[in-house]
Design a protein around this ligand. Structure first.
Ligand code: ATP
Length: 569
């Protein structure tokens, strides 16, 4: 049968957005999904999950600047009108619907839209990608354009809370929710999960070697007492390494490495790849890439120089040697291990004898057992003495939950107080920085995705980083007020600070004392920045007397701690 009209998808999205009832949302979704042809099911479910493409690691490659250019081409709007629409809505989809108001319903089909996004993703030239997006928008009605643009921007914003899509898939195809969740966990892809559900084959779901799955995340813990209370009396305590998260897939000597945002970073770490390729068999590891020399972890800052390089020079590899500290085994020899307890996964990991097999390029995380808060505290100090950030405390009976911040993993670091924020405004600097955009106003988000400013920072980044950002911010400037510019919310920064205060100065109702940028979080998306509820929680933790220590690239932690300025905070 023919592919459904995209207008039907737009109508469904409007219906789901219009109700706040979870059940009504789920039922509308389920009825729509059940009526789709199998070819349309994959794209639709991916779009509902917030991604334009089916492949979990695929990227559309349309930033704000390109999406705006496409909208300008499709609508014929001048720069001024475009900017005004963006400022009215702060949402690419709503701005598109506004500028294309009055366009009649089209014959655009789901299959055509899916093919359009695919074409954009595989086209290298920026102007061609912009042209392809413009073509989609040009053919669409205003209502369709709204969702074409929202999908391209990576967020539908129709109030689909975590889990609702899984529930709808289960209801649509009369499958058990547990089976749907399990399939999603193993395949990592909503599209494949939905197709398996439709065919009644959910039990066949499996991890694919060479295709990354989402990483399991950790829940922050306030102190050792809380940790023991949560994990019970057999806590597995590992050092928390400060590097970059990586998933290594080995298929009979063929190695692929993926970062936390599921990008393929194989070429960036050739020494790890070559070491791992010597190990026979098929397996998937989870771990942290850490700068390491002569048996010692080096400062995270040294890794920064390797992060921007797609292919590092031999000189750079020599200057910043890296090891992979492995802490989990997700697959081995045809068997998926995600549903096995950590205790067994670790035993499997150790059976690979990775340090010996790789000449020390793949190591195991430092692991101890603890049954009291005192023991956890002592291990914390030891981890810090080994130059690590703190501890990861794991429940040995826990399963691996991709993409979840569960209670199976808890993290404990002294430096509680950093926030991941998005830059929404930039300013020219002063003195030697007057030619660069170096002062950044940043925001957190509400549950509904509204951005609220919380502070302004101008320290922490290197000159090279600021120079690169200046170029980027110029490209994504929404409005230029002379000294100050508003920019599209694209650049995520991790901000450290001394304390949070209530303040009317920023729209969030909070302000940060001595904010400084710890690092640029290219591995995080806008949806992953901190939200207002998180800020409130930090504020309360601070008010209740827990000490918050700020972290920086250059060991500020110790200095601030030593002055005792924050004690009793
Ligand atoms: P953070 O900024 O604290 O790293 P995050 O939001 O990036 O937080 P979390 O999942 O909250 O990520 O913190 C856990 C992170 O710690 C993991 O993503 C991983 O990169 C890192 N890590 C370091 N050592 C370990 C370890 N032994 N086990 C698991 N994760 C570890």
């Amino acid at each position: 049968m023919a592919s459904s009209l995209f207008a039907g998808f737009a109508k469904l999205a409007d219906t789901v957005a219009a109700t706040s009832s979870k059940i009504a949302k789920r039922d509308a979704l389920a009825a729509y999904l059940a009526g789709l042809e199998v070819e349309d099911l994959g794209p639709v479910v991916s779009w509902l999950g917030g991604s334009a493409l089916e492949g979990v690691a695929e990227r559309l490659g349309l930033g704000w600047a390109q999406a705006s250019a496409a909208l300008a081409m499709a609508s014929g709007a001048e720069e001024e009108a475009l900017r005004a629409a963006w400022l009215r809505h702060s949402d690419f989809g709503d701005a598109a619907a506004d500028l294309l108001a009055g366009r009649p319903t089209s014959r655009l089909t789901v299959a055509e839209v899916a093919a359009g996004y695919r074409a954009i993703s595989v086209t290298r030239k920026t102007d061609k990608r912009v042209g392809l997006m413009a073509e989609l928008l040009r053919r669409a009605s205003a209502a369709e354009a709204r969702y074409l643009a929202k999908i391209a921007a990576g967020e539908l914003r129709i109030g689909l809370r975590e889990g609702l899509l899984e529930e709808a898939v289960a209801a649509a195809f009369d499958a058990s929710l547990t089976a749907v969740r399990r399939a999603l966990m193993l395949t990592g892809e909503a599209a494949e999960t939905a197709r398996l559900a439709r065919a009644g084959h959910l039990a066949d779901a499996a991890l694919h070697l060479g295709r990354p799955i989402r990483f399991m995340l950790a829940t922050p813990a306030a102190d050792a007492v809380e940790i023991i209370r949560r994990v019970g009396d057999e806590a597995w305590v590992e050092d928390k390494y400060d590097g970059i998260r990586a998933q290594l897939h080995a298929l009979d000597g063929q190695i692929q490495l993926f970062s936390r945002d599921l990008k393929n970073i194989t070429a960036a770490f050739p020494e790890i790849v070559s070491a791992a390729s010597a190990i026979p068999g098929r397996f998937v590891l989870d771990g942290e890439l850490v700068p390491y020399r002569s048996g010692q972890v080096m400062d995270f800052a040294s890794l920064q120089t390797r992060l921007g390089r797609v292919r590092p020079s031999a000189e750079l590899i020599d200057r910043v040697p890296v090891v992979l500290v492995a802490f989990d085994l997700l697959h081995h020899g045809g068997v998926d291990h995600l549903e096995h307890p950590l205790r067994d996964r670790r035993a499997g990991l150790e059976s690979l004898r990775l340090p010996e097999a790789t000449g020390g390029l793949i190591l195991y995380s430092h692991l101890e057992r603890a049954s009291s808060a005192e023991a956890v505290d002592a291990l914390f100090d030891e981890a810090r003495a080994r130059h690590n950030e703190g501890l990861m405390v794991k429940d040995p009976t826990s399963v691996y939950q991709p993409g979840r911040r569960g209670m199976g993993w808890l993290k404990l670091k002294k430096a509680l107080a950093t926030l991941d924020c998005v830059v929404v405004g930039v300013e020219w600097g002063h003195g030697k920085r007057r030619a660069v955009l170096s002062d950044y106003t940043f925001a957190v988000r509400t549950d509904g995705g509204v951005l609220l400013t919380i502070g302004k920072a101008f320290t922490g980044l290197t000159d090279a980083e600021i120079a690169a950002l200046t170029e980027h911010f110029t490209e994504i400037t929404v409005e230029d007020f002379g000294r100050y510019r508003t920019v599209a919310p694209e650049v995520i920064i991790e901000v450290a600070f001394d304390r949070i205060m209530r303040s009317g100065r920023h729209r969030s109702g909070f302000a940060l004392r001595f904010p400084r940028i710890v690092r640029i979080r290219t591995d995080k998306s806008l949806a992953e920045i901190d939200d207002l509820a998180g800020v409130e929680a930090l504020f309360m933790a601070q008010a209740s007397g827990r000490i918050l220590l700020a972290t920086g690239r250059d060991g500020e932690v110790e200095r601030i701690a030593a002055t005792g300025e924050l004690a009793g905070g």
